[in-house]
Write a protein that binds this ligand. Structure first.
Ligand code: F6R
Length: 600
């Protein structure tokens, strides 16, 4: 989703801004722009398409020490150069980039901007025109900025330039993520530390309804009412190499391959000196105090939550409900007496999940966030956090975060179970070690998955994933992976559900990817495969060692049955990857998608 960068210092800002925007490309965008400011005023360059398109129109001769930049993922107004940010007020004095959605922009337009000819269809332009209006009525820039912010309803991260003051970037945040980065002779602004890691690893988090006056020598954080706030910076623990592709053609492939390493890192991070798995006692207490757990998540994280429910119910014996965050607000179930909410979010910024978090906190309930990003909004605002330790996930299609989420959920279930005196018939550390080895075997079998993708998916318009029990949940994730990066219409179904309608879609050659990793349902899922084959389907069965038959396309190594999602998903990730490659799709940046979905 939209990304913001800003630089103020002694160097020429153009290249720093463009490089920063390239680092934010992974979030998903459809247009981009920068505005640079020097003694001659502000110059704006913006373009529909990729950062490379923007680069090609930036005037290399312009030198400016101050600038802001933006990648836009369209919400109000189509993707176009006019709607791309930065936006300028009609006088040309103010230039602004914005991430978020201004819900009352139409009301503000009618109330304040009747005579103003707007240039774009965006909600953002209202902000910059309002600031200009209030300045023309006699307010200083800072006063006009504050006044405008108090009128806005919705979410925003904003960076503003005033052509009459080229020593300052005005910044504000509400609900949308934004950080200020600190340097010796410069300061920067970024939606994500990754963007500005090129110049600094020192960042200050901003809270909602704060504004920041950023100059090259100082960063003044204030409340909307002007009270000064002091906050220590933190070191962004990102290794620049973590966010590079290295020799890989795509981030997605790199991230798939990183999964065995991530498993081992998670084991290490959650182990104590006695080699036992451990988590903060207050989280264990919160789990034990709860009479029911509500998992809230979206997309792939929701699919990980479905698997997590199995762990928590089967291992720790606490009832769990799993909800899609965007639906929870409307369809809130009757809550139990002592609920505990678990938010699962790779980015920790998903607006739909955050809306639920705000709501349940207001109701007085406790929340645990499981996230890959320390200091993210969902982490900060929940009572407790468990980190995924998966390293930055850049490809839009989530892979290593999914398996990391499942691994952390298994640890949460195990530690809780032990604290309740429940006997486990397996050693999770050992089992996760076996999983890591099995993952390596699968990552080494890329050619086979490429063949499967070619054989089953190179020309098809649709595909179905089926499974029973925990395999059904993995099938849902497999279908999401395939559709999001290859644009093949793919759906996941419970094997037993096919006969209740979906089987009508089976035609000659329809690919059916069936998972058979669970002994208790092995015969039933194979029965479902026979039913679709009888109607012309082309079956690709992925089974687990010990359950295989001759008709299977791939046999995954044997791991603990409950943990099979950690490895059965890898063939599905790789098959989706190769299917997308065969179709010449943009694997890392699929159309219409954003990595961090920061609007509801
Ligand atoms: C799919 C994918 C999305 C995310 C979803 C939630 O590959 O990445 O479905 O899982 O947008 O994002 P987070 O986990 O950041 O809350």
């Amino acid at each position: 989703m939209c990304g913001i960068v800003g630089y103020i210092g002694n160097l020429d800002s153009k290249e720093i801004l463009l490089k920063g925007l390239e680092k934010l490309e992974y979030r998903g965008y459809d247009s981009a722009g920068i505005a640079v400011m020097n003694d001659n005023g502000v110059q704006v360059f913006k373009e529909k398409g990729r950062i490379a398109d923007l680069r090609s129109i930036v005037d290399e001769d312009v030198m400016a020490n101050t600038g802001i930049g933006h990648t836009r993922w369209a919400t109000h107004g189509v993707p176009s150069t006019v709607n791309a940010h930065p936006h300028q007020s009609n006088s040309g004095r103010f230039t602004l980039v914005h991430n978020g959605v201004i819900e009352n922009y139409d009301i503000l337009k009618r109330e304040y901007l009747q005579g103003v000819a707007l240039q774009s269809d965006t909600d953002t332009e209202i902000i910059v025109q309002l600031i200009d209006l209030f300045v023309s009525e006699g307010l200083s820039t800072e006063e006009a900025f504050r006044k405008t912010l108090t009128l806005l309803k919705g979410s925003y991260a904003i960076a503003l330039l005033d052509a009459e003051n080229n020593e300052t970037i005005f910044v504000a945040k509400n609900k949308s993520p934004l950080l200020v980065g600190l340097g010796e002779t410069f300061n920067v602004v970024a939606s994500d530390a990754m963007a500005m890691l090129q110049v600094t690893d020192q960042y200050v988090e901003l809270m909602d309804k704060e504004i920041v006056i950023v100059t090259k020598d100082a960063v003044q954080i204030q409340t909307l009412n002007g009270e000064a706030i002091s906050r220590d910076p933190y070191t962004a623990e990102l290794d620049a190499s973590d966010i590079e592709k290295g020799t890989y053609p795509h981030y997605m492939l790199k991230e798939i391959d990183e999964q065995p390493l991530v498993m081992r890192k998670i084991i290490q991070k959650y182990q104590n000196d006695q080699d036992e798995l451990t988590i903060d006692q207050e989280i264990v207490d919160a789990m034990n105090d709860a009479d029911r757990i509500y998992i809230i998540a979206a997309g792939t994280s929701y699919h990980a939550g479905l698997v997590g429910k199995q762990f928590i119910e089967k291992i720790a014996k606490i009832p769990v409900e799993v909800h899609i965050s965007s639906e929870f607000g409307y369809n809130m179930p009757l809550l139990s007496e002592k609920p505990l909410f678990i938010f699962i979010s790779q980015s920790g910024e998903t607006a739909d999940s955050r809306a639920v978090l705000v709501n349940i906190k207001e109701m007085g309930h406790k929340a645990l966030t499981i996230t890959n990003v320390p200091g993210s909004t969902l982490s900060r605002e929940a009572d407790y956090t468990l980190l995924l330790h998966a390293g930055p996930e850049i490809a839009v299609a989530s892979t290593k975060a999914y398996t990391a989420q499942i691994a952390v959920l298994s640890i949460l279930a195990e530690v809780t179970a032990k604290s309740r005196g429940l006997e486990l018939d397996f050693n999770l550390v050992q089992e996760l070690g076996i999983v890591a080895n099995a993952m390596e075997v699968l990552c080494d079998a890329k050619e086979e998955f490429e063949d499967i993708a070619r054989k089953f998916l190179s020309t098809t318009r649709n595909a179905f994933f089926i499974g029973r029990g925990i395999d059904f949940y993995v099938g849902l994730e497999g279908a999401l992976k395939l559709k999001e990066i290859s644009y093949i219409q793919a759906e996941g179904f419970a094997g037993g559900e096919l006969k209740h309608g979906t089987i009508a879609l089976i035609e000659n050659g329809t690919p059916i990817i069936a998972l058979a990793t669970q002994e208790s349902v092995n015969l039933s899922i194979r029965g479902n495969v026979k039913e679709v084959v009888a109607r012309g389907a082309n079956p690709c069965i992925i089974s687990m060692k010990g359950l295989e038959t001759e008709e299977d396309s791939f046999i995954i190594p044997e791991v603990n049955e409950l943990l099979t999602p950690l490895i059965s998903v890898i063939p599905l990730q790789l098959i989706s990857y190769f299917a997308a490659l065969h179709r010449e799709c943009d694997v890392d940046k699929p159309r219409n998608l954003a990595k961090s979905v920061t609007v509801e």
